[in-house]
Design a protein around this ligand. Structure first.
Ligand code: NDP
Length: 265
């Protein structure tokens, strides 16, 4: 019988995950079917999971912290960051993982000679990715327009700046747009003067937003640097989730062959 998977979130109508996973199930001849589920109340996640008789699920905004609480067994990294985006049921127990951060790490590890990294933005995605990057040996600093979200990073020992505290003499190998600026508007994530000072000295630039060339990415390309949007991060977190869903039956490269087709359809 086919195993059932879903993505829980609110909203979820835009999500590419059903297409990504269904292409891989079909291509690899694995009996799985992946749907989407708009969940308004995150505290219902665990009961919905069992009610729908799921084998696994991805969790997107705004339920990643609730997903963390819904699990019986957590991997070390999700324990550290307090958020889960992938759940798999084994022997009636829910296992939780965070594949977003690993996907981001893999995406940027394809750039050469990166040591120092500046994150523009301090939201949930920046929280988990900053920790995994530091664990992997990168030096990460955080720049955000307001101070409230910087508290988490300060408590975790990162150097942080609001716009007013930032020095334009600073330079970094990699500049990352971790904000939602540019997603549904044409905003830069920080004053454009900052980018004009940072880009010439950077080796590469990444935007976690995908499916759209943001003003940040457009400007970075003018400096002829290697760039990426958020597609590789999305693809890689999906492949790693798929590895968990299918209990390691398929290799990363095998899954990638099918899952990446979702980005050209
Ligand atoms: P959050 O809502 O948790 O945080 C948003 C951050 O963006 C805050 O730091 C906020 O600053 C900043 N921000 C928003 N608008 C502006 C603006 N106009 N100018 C400057 N700063 C701004 O977001 P998430 O961490 O959940 O998501 C961040 C981005 O990551 C989104 O664009 C999302 O689409 C993308 N993403 C991509 C994934 C992928 O697979 N490629 C996976 C997950 C997320 P402040 O604190 O001052 O409000």
């Amino acid at each position: 019988m086919s195993k059932l998977f879903t993505i829980f979130g609110n909203p979820v109508s835009h999500s590419k995950s059903p297409l990504m996973h269904n292409l891989s199930f079909k291509g690899l001849d694995y009996g799985g079917c992946y749907t989407r589920y708009k969940l308004e109340d995150g505290s219902q996640l665990r009961s919905k999971f069992f009610e729908l008789k799921l084998k696994g699920a991805n969790i997107t905004v705004p339920h990643k912290e609730e997903a963390f609480k819904a699990c019986d067994i957590l991997d070390d990294f999700s324990k550290k960051v307090g958020s889960v985006n992938t759940i798999v049921k084994r022997d009636g127990k829910l296992y939780g993982y965070n594949t977003d951060a690993l996907g981001f790490l893999k995406a940027i590890s394809e750039f050469k000679d990166i040591k120092t990294v500046l994150f523009l933005g301090a939201g949930g995605t920046a929280q988990s990715t900053s920790i995994i990057l530091r664990d992997a040996g990168y030096e990460v600093e955080i720049l955000n327009r307001s101070s409230k979200r910087l508290e988490y990073f300060k408590q975790n020992g990162f150097t942080t700046y609001t716009f007013g505290e930032f020095s334009l003499n600073n330079h970094y190998d990699l500049i990352v747009n971790m904000t939602s600026a540019g997603l549904e508007d044409e905003n830069y994530p920080c004053p454009v003067l900052f980018l004009e000072k940072l880009f010439p000295k950077a080796k590469s630039c990444v935007d976690v937003i995908y499916g759209k060339e943001t003003p940040f990415l457009k400007l970075s390309k003018e400096y002829n640097k290697p760039t990426k949007d958020g597609s590789d991060m999305l693809l890689y977190q999906g492949i790693i989730a798929f590895e968990h869903f299918t209990d390691g039956k398929f290799s990363f490269e095998e899954i990638k062959d099918y899952m990446q087709k979702a980005f050209i359809l």
